[in-house]
Design a protein around this ligand. Sequence first.
Ligand SMILES: [Zn+2]
Length: 188
Amino acid sequence: MEEKQLDIHIDFKRGSKFPCPQCGNFECDVHDTIDRTWRHLNFFQFKTYLHCRVPRTNCESCGVKVIKVPWARKGSGFSLLMDSLIILMAQHMPVKSVADLIGEHDTRIWRVLEYYVSKARSEEDFSEVKSVGVDETSRAKGHNYISVFVDLDKSKVIYVCEGKDANTIESFRDDLEDHNGLSPHSAF
Ligand SMILES: [Zn+2]
């Protein structure tokens, strides 16, 4: 109550078996455990944390591996639901404001965004892109230009990079190619 914090402890029964996170096939014995903590969605006004001793399985073929927990992605200090709240908020306000609102350092927020944005970008498919508009804007007053490329049919930003010279067109072209975006008949 004093710390305005809710701690939820997750545990497993002695003698439990877990599937190997690598091959998934066996019911493996627990080798040992690692104590982990995740920030979860607030419970009313309380910051909420999940704590768990995460089992490491001892698989006959793969050796000792940490199991995959269903409530968080690998290496993250947030639960998946917290990740999704962060992404939702970041679409409407600066990252620093998100950080202040939930009481975390903004570098932790940036790490979440970088993970999901680069994942989403790597899965982008630009094979349907037919007309592209490009515009430049300055990041600071008068210098540090960035170029923004837009799919004109979908009104969707598909590429952003620094600069506004021929190199930016080159780098856009490469990115488009990497995402199935350049047909043999295109005008590049
Ligand atoms: Zn295995």
